[in-house]
Structures are given as structure tokens and as C-alpha cells.
Design a binder for this molecule. Structure first.
Ligand SMILES: Cc1cc2nc3c(=O)[nH]c(=O)nc-3n(C[C@H](O)[C@H](O)[C@H](O)COP(=O)(O)OP(=O)(O)OC[C@H]3O[C@@H](n4cnc5c(N)ncnc54)[C@H](O)[C@@H]3O)c2cc1C
Length: 449
């Protein structure tokens, strides 16, 4: 019997899986394999790690126990297994991040005669596919989106009828126990849960998405990000199901944002750590004891700005935060507290269940004014106005900040204006937004000029 290895990474599903199809069509049996790679596990916090392990347990069951889970460096693990089972090929979905690309090059070299075959990617349109008419990468989202629309996503891949799984007599490490999650509650992991989540969102909430996607109080976004992150669901599947209308159009634009940021990272791998706009690297961020105290207050959701604090506490409780609030807390860290966007990005990567390098660093760089879009360095989110606009009655704040639960309606947005000051246990604002906004603009103008 001929055997292919299916090396799973960010594609933890069995349907709409071009690499699985390629493996099944090129050999008589398929050995599914996941490598626990410390390089990738290290920056992930407990929530992301636990979600991954749960996905692996689901896949173990769905492959009849065939999934092999092996700890080690992929370039050391793969050649031995390929040799042991006499693999005719090792199949992967391509990875476009800086580490993934160098890792796959090393594995390809280490495999020698056994081909490493990449089919498909985690994106609707793979990074590097779309370029401007002058051959240069897109820097701005809107023209990227137009080019993306002209190309369109491929239809979902056919699922092989009866995948012939084998464990190849390869020994497996047990999927580790979940790390301690504290009070964090995660959604159900795996492909079936992903499909159920998509179906429930697609059938009901997508129609209102254009109106409600910016309203954390309504809580009506799809929450698919963690499933897309681990490939429990492919965006192609989602796009193929998506109907038409304002809600579907708005949703498609967000899915394409994910493609855009992956494309930017593919063209500029150094942007994972460095400013897309080099002159912004000289921004004079704050340091020292006061800056550290402010960072701690931000992490703990104790800045005294209720909308910011609600977001940070949602992150601690759910390992997830609404997109609008992500923008506001990121703006607050970089422009009100004058702390480096990389600190926030690192904290998000360990705290978010959906932590994804491309979406995260470029989300942060966009807010910090160092990213692809040249405009927003002078856009400083006002944490009170954002709260009033996107959580008008204050329900989101009251949900996440118990100290403010007894404040009625919009009063909750500025508790320092109450006659007795903020309620017991809730801090006064740690900085004055108007002053810090002016200070941020002064520092940016010095750079831009
Ligand atoms: C500072 C900052 C950091 C972020 N970090 C991450 C991250 O680590 N991982 C991550 O997946 N998203 C990140 N985002 C983007 C966005 O906030 C999340 O994708 C979204 O909140 C996830 O919730 P949802 O699935 O309900 O989104 P929905 O509103 O239902 O959107 C559907 C899908 O579209 C994609 N999407 C939506 N908005 C964006 C966006 N702005 N950029 C890229 N893709 C988007 C996501 O895959 C999302 O699941 C970040 C945004 C900011 C401002």
C-alpha cells in the first residue's frame, strides 16, 4: 500500500481541504500528523494552546485514532516518519508567515527525495497572488479588495469519499492536557463546532452584520476568528455559502481583510516586528516606572476609562475581544499611554484565543499609525466618545466592569463626573485623554515633518 503523510498545521479539518484531497489522490492511504513545535507554542497563551489541543483531540476521534501527535522540530521529526512509512509524499497547506516559510524550506530540504507538496492555503486568495498593475504589492486595503473581487475565491474543495487513514505504526505522544485556563471559557473546538457556529451566524445574524458589527453591546459578530485561525473552517467555505445583501457584503469585506494582512506580511515579513513605515520607528515611546504602572493598569482593565477597561476584562474572561474595542484599547495604549504597539501586540498574541500574527500586528500597526495605511497617525480614538457611539446605553461596560453595574444608562461612560466621583473600587482616569491626545499628535508631527 502506498502512503502519504498529511502534515496538519493551520488546517485542522477534513472537509474543503485541498491538501487532504491531494494526499488521498496520490496514495492508497493517508497518515495524518501534527507536530507540537515549541517555537509556535511559546508565544501562545493558555487559551490558544487549550483550543489547539481540543482540536487535536477532535481530529484524533474523527480519524479513527490515526492522528499522530509528535513533539519536536519539524525538520527533525518529518524525515524519520516519512522514511518509516515509506511515504510517497508529505502533503501540506502552504504557510505564508515568516517562520512557517523558513520551517517548510528546512523540512523540504531535510526530506530529500520525498516531495513536500503544498496544496491550498489558509486564505481565500493566497498571499502574493494579487499585485498592482506595476507588479508592486498593495499597501492600501480598498484597491486590494477591488482586485480580490475581480479574482474571486475558488469554490470549496471536494472531500475525499472515504479517506483511508493509517497510523503507519508510528508512535504518538498523547495530546497534552489543557493548560490551566483559570476562569476563561472557550467555545467548543473543532470542525463540527466551527460549522455549527457558521451555520447559526449565517442563517440569522449576517443580515444585521452591516448595522451591528461595530456594536459590542449587541455582540453579533460571527466569533469565527478562532476557527479560521486553526483552519477548523476555511474562508472559502464561508464565502461559498454567503448570500448577497448589505450584511453579506460587509462580512465579505472583513474576511478579505484577513487575506489583505496576510498578503502584507508575506511581502514584508519584517513587518511582524518592525514598523511598515520606517520613519515611525523613531516615535519616542514612554518608558520607566510610571509607564510600567500604566501598562499594568491597561492589562488589568483599571485605566478609569470604562470602555477600555471593559474590553481588557472581556479579553481576560473570554480570550477574545470585540473588534471595535480592540481598536479603542490599542489606540489607548499607543496614543494615550504612549507605549509601544509591540507590547500590546505581544500581550494580545498570548491572551487572544484567535491570536494570529498577520491580523494582529497589522491591526496594531494600523491603529498606531505605523502600518500600511498612511493616514491614521493623527486618528486618536476618544475612549468616551467611542463608548457612547458603540455602546450607547452602556450595557457592554456594565457586563464587564462589575464596579459600574449600578450606574444607570449612559452615566456609566464618565463615572468621574458623578457627584461623589467613581463608585468604590473603580479608579479615576489614569491620564487625561485630551492632554495625551495633544501630546501624541505633537510627537507624531515631529516625525512626520
Ligand atoms: C489591534 C487589533 C488586533 C487584532 N488581532 C487579531 C488577531 O490576533 N487575530 C484575528 O483573527 N483578528 C485580529 N484582529 C481583527 C478582528 O478584531 C478580529 O478578527 C475579530 O474581532 C474577530 O471576531 P469575529 O470572528 O466575531 O469577527 P467578525 O466581525 O465576525 O469578522 C469575520 C472574520 O473576518 C476577519 N476579520 C474581521 N475583522 C478583521 C480585521 N480587522 N483584520 C483582519 N481580519 C478581520 C476575521 O477572520 C473574522 O473572524 C485584530 C484587530 C485589531 C484592531
Amino acid at each position: 500500500m502506498t502512503t502519504s503523510v498529511l502534515w496538519l498545521r493551520r488546517d485542522l479539518r477534513l472537509s474543503d481541504h485541498p491538501a487532504l484531497l491531494a494526499a488521498a489522490e496520490s496514495s492508497e492511504q493517508v497518515l495524518p500528523l501534527f507536530v507540537l513545535d515549541d517555537v509556535l507554542l511559546r508565544p501562545a497563551g493558555a487559551a490558544r494552546t487549550a483550543f489547539l489541543y481540543r482540536c487535536l483531540r477532535e481530529l484524533t476521534a474523527r480519524t479513527g485514532g490515526a492522528l499522530r501527535v509528535v513533539r519536536g522540530r519539524p525538520e527533525e521529526v518529518l524525515p524519520g516518519i516519512a522514511q518509516q512509512v515509506g511515504a510517497v509524499g508529505v502533503h501540506i497547506s502552504s504557510d505564508h508567515g515568516p517562520y512557517g516559510r523558513s520551517r517548510d524550506a528546512a523540512v523540504g530540504g531535510a526530506l530529500g527525495e520525498v516531495p513536500l507538496v503544498a496544496t491550498g492555503s489558509p486564505y481565500a486568495v493566497a498571499p502574493g497572488t494579487l499585485t498592482r498593475s506595476d507588479g508592486q504589492p498593495y499597501q492600501v486595503y480598498s484597491p486590494f479588495f477591488r482586485a480580490w473581487q475581480q479574482r474571486g475565491a475558488a469554490p470549496p474543495a471536494r472531500t475525499p469519499d472515504i479517506p483511508r487513514w493509517t497510523d503507519g505504526d508510528v508512535s504518538t505522544d498523547a495530546v497534552p492536557d489543557d493548560p490551566d485556563l483559570g476562569a476563561v471559557e472557550l467555545p467548543e473546538a473543532g470542525e463540527e463546532a466551527a460549522r455549527a457556529r457558521w451555520q447559526s451566524f449565517g442563517q440569522t445574524d449576517v443580515d444585521d452584520y452591516a448595522d451591528l458589527r461595530s456594536r459590542p453591546d449587541a455582540d453579533r459578530s460571527s466569533q469565527l476568528s478562532v476557527y479560521l485561525k486553526y483552519g477548523c473552517l476555511h474562508p472559502r467555505t464561508v464565502l461559498a455559502d454567503l448570500g448577497s445583501g448589505p450584511g453579506a457584503d460587509a462580512y465579505r469585506r472583513e474576511i478579505v481583510f484577513r487575506d489583505f494582512y496576510a498578503d502584507v506580511l508575506w511581502h514584508r515579513p519584517e513587518s511582524a516586528r518592525h514598523e511598515v513605515q520606517p520613519k515611525m520607528a523613531a516615535y519616542p515611546y514612554d518608558g520607566g516606572a510610571v509607564a510600567e504602572q500604566r501598562y499594568t493598569a491597561w492589562v488589568q482593565g483599571r485605566t478609569g476609562y470604562p470602555f477600555v477597561d471593559a474590553g481588557m476584562r472581556q479579553l481576560s474572561s473570554q480570550a477574545w475581544m470585540h473588534n471595535r474595542v480592540r481598536m479603542v484599547v490599542a489606540s489607548f495604549l499607543t496614543k494615550d499611554l504612549h507605549l509601544h504597539w509591540r507590547r500590546g501586540a505581544t500581550y494580545f498574541m498570548s491572551g487572544l484565543r484567535d491570536g494570529d500574527l498577520a491580523s494582529n500586528v497589522h491591526g496594531w500597526q494600523w491603529v498606531a499609525g505605523t502600518g500600511t495605511d498612511p493616514a491614521p497617525y493623527f486618528r486618536v480614538f476618544n475612549p468616551v466618545r467611542q463608548g457612547r457611539d458603540h455602546d450607547p446605553n452602556g450595557d457592554y461596560i456594565r457586563r464587564w466592569v462589575p464596579e459600574l453595574r449600578d450606574l444607570p444608562g449612559p452615566e456609566v461612560h464618565e463615572p468621574w463626573l458623578l457627584p461623589g466621583g467613581p463608585p468604590p473600587g473603580y479608579p479615576a482616569p489614569i491620564v487625561d485623554h485630551a492632554q495625551e491626545r495633544a501630546e501624541a499628535l505633537r510627537r507624531y508631527a515631529a516625525l512626520a515633518g
